[in-house]
Design a protein around this ligand. Structure first.
Ligand SMILES: Nc1ncnc2c1ncn2[C@@H]1O[C@H](COP(=O)(O)OP(=O)(O)OP(=O)(O)O)[C@@H](O)[C@H]1O
Length: 250
């Protein structure tokens, strides 16, 4: 199963935000998406996942037309929001937040749901004491893990993560990075990760796409990208990532 984006353009009112995007996601592969703030990365992710409507004939699953609707097709393409705290209902505890998609999408009975929710809590390495806590009683990093456990509960074929590590300290970032690698392999998901942090993408992504001014200007295998970034914006990202890596290792 592949998810193909063909010639996708999106405008907000009169303002064109993304133009003629072509991109294909494959199972068990991770694509990293970088680009300057405001270049249209989240807009692309939201269009792929049905949060904003993509024009007809731009999204395809295995060459078949596909119109994502998060309410119905959450298990095909799932979007994990940039701000986990804001995307989680403040009225539910961690366990209920994780078991909600198991009920809504997979119609799992209560006992099986609770058991799976505990397994997922464990998988994202959240302390069991977090199970009964609501988002405002948890840290940003813990909320990010709940959002990830929820995404795994949905068991989508494709997972789109918008800045999944931004609220985490370096140690937790490392843990979530290895968790995402495990998920890709064990659950055979195709993953798109939006990040400003090329060092993280270097560890996670099989290939890297660069957006600039609403277009994908470069898309290469990760090693090739680091060896020879072609466009000025790509070169700048590689330069900055080397510099920040040196700072962290000093
Ligand atoms: N709902 C909306 N209505 C109108 N304009 C919007 C809307 N959402 C985003 N925009 C604008 O579209 C452009 C692209 O925004 P988008 O969030 O896709 O960028 P981004 O690359 O994800 O940025 P960042 O890295 O800062 O998250 C920006 O100029 C933004 O202000």
């Amino acid at each position: 199963m592949t998810l193909q984006i063909r010639n996708l353009s999106i405008a907000y009112g009169q303002t064109q935000v993304i133009s003629q995007i072509n991109l294909t996601l494959h199972p068990s592969r991770t694509t990293g998406l970088i680009g300057r703030s405001g270049c249209g990365k989240s807009t692309l992710a939201k269009a792929m996942t049905g949060i904003i409507q993509a024009p007809q004939d731009t999204l395809f699953l295995n060459d078949e037309h596909f119109l994502p609707n998060p309410a119905q097709t959450g298990n095909t393409v799932h979007y994990m929001w940039q701000d986990p705290m804001a995307s989680l209902s403040p009225f539910l505890n961690a366990l209920d937040l994780i078991s909600e998609p198991l009920k809504a999408i997979h119609k799992m009975p209560k006992k099986a749901r609770q058991q799976r929710a505990h397994e997922l809590l464990n998988m994202v390495e959240l302390d069991p004491t977090c199970a009964a806590k609501r988002p405002h009683q948890l840290s940003g990093g813990q909320c990010q893990r709940i959002a990830l456990a929820r995404a795994l509960a949905v068991k989508p074929q494709f997972l789109v993560l918008d800045e999944p590590l931004s609220a985490l300290d370096l140690v937790t970032q490392e843990q979530v990075t290895s968790l995402l690698r495990k998920v890709r392999t064990e659950m055979h998901m195709g993953i798109l990760i939006i990040s400003h942090d090329l060092q993280t993408l270097a560890k996670l992504a099989d290939d890297i796409a660069v957006m600039d001014g609403g277009r994908i200007v470069e898309h290469k295998k990760t090693q090739e990208f680091f060896a020879a970034p072609k466009f000025p914006v790509s070169q700048r990202f590689v330069e900055i990532s080397k510099y920040s890596h040196m700072e962290h290792s000093n």
